[in-house]
Design a protein around this ligand. Structure first.
Ligand code: FE2
Length: 237
């Protein structure tokens, strides 16, 4: 994805660089996933392969470049495009109040967003599909992938609530139509079950948070990323 993207030049006097690395990961017998080879560009003729047996700082720098590339990808694609920009589209469609386009300027991040947009699918926003498409769904092969396991729980609770919240008004309207009642449409019949569904949702989220908290208690490196009490409650963050 980062191949061919120009590094931003916020300061014209400072040359900035952007790597498009390939990092080979290995799962050892203790189920730890470790980097074992790094190539900092996509073309093998131009880019050497760094190994853990190289000099200490060469290997460390190679890992830093991978981390930096992952950071660029995360902030520009996972965060900016897949959170803010995509929800902005829905926001415009819903309210028709915002200007059609924001001035985003030039630079590598715009180039990167445009490139990522070409392969963006609705399905990739569905958590289990996204995990599967990355080949990370096997709990046998990857028994300690908490992002996936915690994410599934949050996804299921959110999905159940959304389905219920959408079904309630439709079921109610259908019942009205079938009974051919002439009474006015009473919002109370919708509001109260939706409130009930929201209440159950909050309870489920609290339960997931406490499961994650318990799991983390015995961990040297606790993982809280997908804990509902830590997930921002807005895309405006
Ligand atoms: Fe944000």
């Amino acid at each position: 994805m980062l191949e061919g993207i120009n590094a931003n030049s916020t300061d014209p006097n400072t040359q900035q660089y952007l790597a498009a690395p390939i990092c080979l990961l290995y799962k050892n017998v203790r189920n730890k996933i470790l980097p074992i080879a790094i190539q900092l560009g996509q073309n093998p003729d131009e880019n050497p392969v760094f190994l853990p047996t190289d000099s200490q700082y060469d290997w460390m720098l190679a890992k830093i470049w991978v981390r930096s590339a992952d950071f660029q990808h995360h902030q520009t694609i996972s965060h900016l495009l897949r959170t803010h920009l995509i929800t902005e589209v829905f926001g415009i469609a819903m309210y028709r109040q915002l200007p059609a386009a924001n001035a985003t300027g030039g630079g590598g991040h715009v180039q990167l967003v445009q490139k990522a947009m070409k392969t963006l699918t609705y399905r990739s926003f569905c958590f289990p599909d996204m995990i599967k498409s990355r080949g990370m769904d096997s709990t046998e092969d990857l028994p300690t992938y908490f992002y996936r396991d915690d994410g599934y729980k949050v996804w299921e609770a959110t999905k159940r609530t959304s389905i219920t919240a959408v079904r309630i008004p439709y079921k109610h309207m259908l019942a009205k139509l079938e009974s051919a009642e002439k009474t006015t449409y009473d919002e109370h019949f919708i509001e109260s079950p939706v409130k009930g569904a929201m209440e159950r949702f909050r309870k489920q989220l609290a339960e997931i948070s406490s499961i994650i908290k318990r799991r983390n208690e015995e961990k040297k490196l606790p993982y809280y990323n997908m804990s509902p009490d830590k997930i921002p409650n807005s895309v405006a963050v």
